[in-house]
Design a binder for this molecule. Structure first.
Ligand SMILES: Cc1cc2nc3c(=O)[nH]c(=O)nc-3n(C[C@H](O)[C@H](O)[C@H](O)COP(=O)(O)OP(=O)(O)OC[C@H]3O[C@@H](n4cnc5c(N)ncnc54)[C@H](O)[C@@H]3O)c2cc1C
Length: 502
């Protein structure tokens, strides 16, 4: 396709797309020491606030990257805006009590609290962090074509070739890379009715003071919809169940607000329709899909962006392991084996939530909300080793127990509550043991070993933690973690009890 000259630019990983997921992928890759170039066709980050909820699991990823303080700082405008509210108009709206998880008290979910931060505030923070971390971040640069062979990918950046060993396609729901690879999507397609989001500016600080909210349901018959706080004082999104963009939106908004708003300015009116679609393959050769390029889902469980962040987190360590020579390229096959079912689970749960909100009859089959926010999908097939029969984690309740294929449960490791079990792995691997750690330390092959006497870890039991905090193996043989880790990296079937097979 191209004449590749000796002086053609090279990078280890090309990330296509400078949205939330592409930027996170670049940060994770730099965290693992990978040389990364990111291209984004727009000159600036998206001005749309889009997703605002970062769940526990995503905050753990930013914690590992050393970015949790910066993200919380970016989120300060919406700190404490966790309530829902409801009223005929905003002026008449009352706050509802804070949501409590079903089923009574639950253990502390994670070390880093979730937060609300609009994407147009967060993405510039991530872009600056990616540059600071040494990524070559090129906004105003589009991928216009690519070709791959056994050795790598040659990307066409508007006439300039760039040779990469791997490509992460985080180029959004209409992914041109996915289309070029001929990867189709499956799923329910459109879910629910068409909707419209009206993004506007109005100084409502004095109206909402003392009853700050995340979402406010407006029940006025001529202006029914949901008002979302973008910064809690002057930027808002009004979402209405209508595909019409041609209404007199300033008039509708004035009715919905129920107060005089002389400075009201409509910034954009975007029609949209929720969809549930998941790519049939996440990988094709050296190109891997992440984020909306791989899955789209209704926004009602706030899982779209969060699922993409987990894609980037997992793909990052696997690419790094292969590029450093620690792992066989076949390890990358487990990205599809793990993240595609996880994407399907998140998209399906989001669609079920949409059904429930629209009053559909029957059991919606919803997972416990904390299972979703803690990234609680259990991998059953992939970079794992089951010692005995698989032990399925329930999704109808939040009961993390350190099962193989799940995120390690959060427990504080010190009295000051500064170090969590979620801080043990990443970028390296780690072993978590209950009881005498010495035999485990002797056999760990350089991995960090941490003792923890916890309810989910009977005495003498150890967990092998992958760099993405997922339990890769659970058992009682101190010799097994190093052997299992080697087997996983070589992408060979592993037998915990005996020699590696395959
Ligand atoms: C209006 C709107 C409102 C939303 N609201 C919510 C919400 O309330 N809750 C929720 O959970 N989710 C919401 N979402 C979805 C959420 O924003 C996405 O899940 C999230 O942005 C996915 O991030 P991404 O990085 O995968 O994709 P994107 O954010 O779409 O980023 C993809 C990037 O790739 C770039 N790109 C594409 N092609 C190329 C190319 N060839 N070369 C270079 N760059 C390229 C694009 O310009 C874009 O910047 C919303 C989305 C939209 C559009």
């Amino acid at each position: 396709m191209y004449n590749v000259h000796v002086n053609v630019q090279r990078t280890q990983v090309l990330v296509v797309g400078g949205g939330l997921v592409g930027l996170t992928a670049a940060l994770v890759l730099r965290h693992h020491g990978v040389d990364v170039t990111l291209v984004e066709r727009h000159r600036t980050c998206s001005p749309q606030p889009k997703a605002r909820r970062l769940h526990f699991r995503s905050m753990e990823v930013f914690r590992e990257l050393g970015l949790a303080p910066a993200v919380h700082e970016a989120a300060r405008d919406l700190a404490g805006h966790d309530h829902m509210a409801v009223g005929r108009t905003l002026a008449e709206a009352e706050r509802l009590p804070l949501w409590q998880p079903p089923g009574g008290p639950v253990p502390e979910v994670g070390p880093e609290p979730p937060c609300l931060v609009a994407q147009d505030v967060l993405e510039p923070v991530l872009r600056a962090a990616a540059r600071d971390a040494g990524a070559d971040v090129r906004f105003g640069t589009a991928l216009t074509g690519f070709a791959q062979d056994a050795d790598g990918v040659v990307a066409d950046l508007g006439g300039r070739p760039l040779r990469a060993e791997y490509v992460v396609a985080a180029d959004g729901a209409r992914s041109g890379v996915r289309t070029a690879l001929g990867i189709r999507r499956s799923g329910r397609g459109a879910v629910g009715e068409p909707a419209v989001s009206v993004y506007f500016r109005a100084d409502l600080a004095s109206v909402v003071r003392g009853r700050e909210f995340n979402l406010c349901t407006i029940q006025h018959p001529e202006a029914t919809g949901t008002l979302a706080s973008v910064d809690g004082h002057s930027r808002w999104v009004f979402m209405a169940a209508s595909g019409r963009t041609d209404r007199d939106w300033p008039a509708v908004l004035r009715t919905a607000l129920g107060v005089a708003v002389p400075d009201l300015e409509v910034l954009s009116v975007l029609p949209w329709r929720a969809e549930m679609l998941v790519a049939d393959r996440y990988s094709a050769g050296r190109v891997h899909l992440a984020g909306d390029a791989a899955h789209v889902m209704p926004p009602y469980a706030a899982m779209g962006a969060n699922t993409g962040i987990s894609d980037a987190h997992e793909l990052g360590w696997k690419l790094a392991a292969v590029l450093s020579g620690d792992a066989a390229p076949a390890l990358l096959d487990t990205y599809d084996a793990e993240r595609r079912p996880a994407g399907w689970f998140a998209a399906d749960q989001s669609a079920r939530r949409a059904d429930q909100m629209s009053g559909a009859a029957g059991d919606p089959g919803l997972a416990h909300p904390l299972v979703l926010v803690a990234g609680g999908f259990q991998y059953t097939d992939g970079a794992l080793c089951h010692d005995g029969a698989p032990d399925p984690e329930p999704v109808g309740e939040f009961a993390p127990a350190g099962r193989v294929g799940t995120r390690v449960p959060h427990r504080w490791l010190d009295a000051a509550r500064t170090r969590s079990t979620l801080d043990l792995a990443g970028p390296g691997w780690a072993v978590l043991v209950s009881g005498d750690p010495r035999p485990w330390e002797r056999a760990a092959g350089g991995m960090a070993v941490q003792r923890l006497d916890a309810d989910f870890l009977p005495d003498g039991t150890g967990l092998l933690l992958r760099p993405d905090d997922v339990v890769a193996w659970r058992g009682t043989d101190p010799e097994a973690p190093a052997r299992v880790r080697r087997g996983i990296l070589r992408a060979a079937p592993v037998s915990p009890a005996g020699p590696r097979v395959g």
